[in-house]
Design a protein around this ligand. Structure first.
Ligand code: ADP
Ligand code: TRP
Length: 327
């Protein structure tokens, strides 16, 4: 029997190259490997923990579904759904809250970082975010969860909760494992010491950036005063990051790329990279625009996936309720 695999992305802004190389590209490869029973979802409830405009939320959700499909996720091969359309996620999160030590949540680095970044909106949802994430994963008996390294701590908490729960109430849940991608941390183009993130748009390449924007951002990418195109994250973090992008998009090994650009200037390398990125995402952009032109179709795909997700998740809730003596 195939192992279950699950992951989610928040619909809270445009997807960038870090999301693509760290998550989405990997989702597509895992789906197409045929080795897993794949589940991918839009973590819309998670995205409510940050400030948002209700008028934009629906568009952000549809945009993410369109990105999933344009990148190659296929509803015939994977279960694609929207978190808030499956109430069991919220239900299990409320139950898990009662087994989650306050101290464990206080230690979460993402909570600390986000609380620092949004001082006027340190809400309880932000604090209990990892509990909802645990519910997302264990409702579907996911054995594997492909995520970037920023999510490992949350998965560790999920594993702790599963062990605790199973030892108290009998084996109900499966302990998930993270599946690490090759590119776990793409860095900002303007500050290669920092992770590429949508909150820093100059250092961030969005998947639907136009070719001129891509060329401009790559041209302005911080490098170093040297000349050599060599992978050395300590001494040459900027060039190393650009090499990571080149390798991630072509699937070629870094030494081979270094060899190709041996003796060539940074300008030449950057031009080649900008061209590569533009070409790589041209079909993605076209496909996504076509999908977004028919929002009703996207909603239908989501609803169909969510219907099946409800079936699976409700079965699990039923078992939990039985074990607890709930009616
Ligand atoms: P952001 O940091 O831009 O807010 P998210 O937190 O929404 O991005 O991340 C969505 C997914 O993309 C997660 O699986 C995360 O691990 C991955 N990811 C985000 N930024 C990067 C990055 N710079 N490098 C690699 N993966 C990333
Ligand atoms: N927390 C993840 C992020 O910020 C998104 C997410 C929510 C997720 N639930 C999940 C990822 C379950 C994997 C599994 O990127």
């Amino acid at each position: 029997m195939k192992s279950n695999l699950l992951s989610g992305i928040q619909p809270s802004g445009r997807l960038h190259l870090g999301n693509y190389l760290g998550a989405l590209k990997n989702f597509v490869e895992l789906q197409n490997s045929g080795q897993y029973n794949c589940h991918f979802f839009v973590a819309d409830l998670h995205s409510l923990t940050e400030d948002f405009e209700p008028a934009q939320k629906k568009q952000q959700i549809l945009d993410l579904i369109a990105s999933f499909l344009a990148a190659g996720l296929d509803p015939k091969k994977s279960l694609i759904f929207v978190q808030s359309q499956v109430p069991a996620h919220s239900q299990l999160a409320v139950i898990l809250n009662n087994f989650t030590p306050f101290g464990e949540l206080s230690r979460m680095t993402q909570f600390k970082d986000k609380a620092e970044a949004q001082k006027e909106n340190i809400n309880v949802g932000l604090f209990t975010y990892p509990v909802l994430m645990a519910a997302d994963v264990i409702l579907y008996d996911a054995q594997f969860v492909p995520v970037g390294e920023d999510q490992f701590q949350h998965l560790e908490l999920t594993r702790t909760l599963v062990r605790k729960f199973n030892s108290k109430f009998g084996a109900i849940f499966i302990e998930p494992q993270p599946l690490q991608t090759k590119v776990t941390r793409l860095m900002s183009l303007t500050d290669p010491e920092k992770k590429m993130s949508k909150s820093d748009s100059a250092g961030c390449l969005f998947l639907d950036d136009e070719s001129e924007t891509i060329a401009g951002k790559i041209e302005a990418a911080v490098t170093d005063s040297g000349k050599e195109i060599k992978f050395d994250p300590e001494l040459k973090p900027g060039i190393s990051n650009l090499l990571t992008i080149y390798s991630g998009l072509t699937g070629r090994e870094i030494p081979e790329i270094e060899k190709e650009f041996e003796g060539k200037s940074y300008v030449r390398f950057k031009k080649a990279l900008a061209k590569l990125i533009t070409k790589h995402f041209a079909p993605f952009r076209r496909k996504k625009a076509r999908l977004l032109a028919k929002p009703e179709k996207l909603e239908k795909i989501a609803l169909r996936g969510s219907k099946l997700a409800n079936k699976i998740a409700n079965e699990k809730i039923k078992v939990v309720k039985e074990r607890f003596g709930l009616l």
